[in-house]
Design a protein around this ligand. Sequence first.
Ligand SMILES: [Zn+2]
Length: 209
Amino acid sequence: MKPKTRIGVEIDTAICAIDAGHGGMLMRKFYTTAGKQFKDFHECEINRLYAFELSNQLYLNDVIGFELIENCPVDVSLKDRIKTLNLLASKRNNCVSNSIHCNAAGNGKDWHPAMGSVIFYNAFDKESKKLAQCISARIDTDEIPIVHRGIKPTKSFGMVRKPNMPSALTELGFMTNKADHNALKDSQVRQKYCALIAAGTGDYFKQRV
Ligand SMILES: [Zn+2]
């Protein structure tokens, strides 16, 4: 069955697959791929909140369908998440993926000055670069209190390199920077940030038509 928008219209044009970046956490027991931890900040938890909010914003966008690659709090390996993406890509030719992460720097205990967001894209795929550019153009704004530092090619990140679709990996900000850390935990920032990422994803599909 084709996915539907909130008004029930079938979409067969665009799907954004959302990857929450890491495995989940249950009763504070870490799974094998839980991601980084700094003070009270657990990357897998924040990534998941962003992944769900991004799915909400894509839903509200009414143009793009979405597919959450993993369900909280299940731990899904990187290999299996890539497999899920490629299964999606084998069925549909108009999908993209965005893997959500938070960055970290320093000794793991003290605040660190490194700050800001960056979007990685598949260095070997020009569509991935366009996707990153579209999202980057939207999040490069004073509307959210996290500085955007642009896009970067990667030849190594599995979640960007291996899916058979345009793929981006968004590092939302630094959990080890006090200002970014507090902004990333703020639900209003999250809502606005995800609305901008959803809008940028929409821009990509519009320019691709
Ligand atoms: Zn991460």
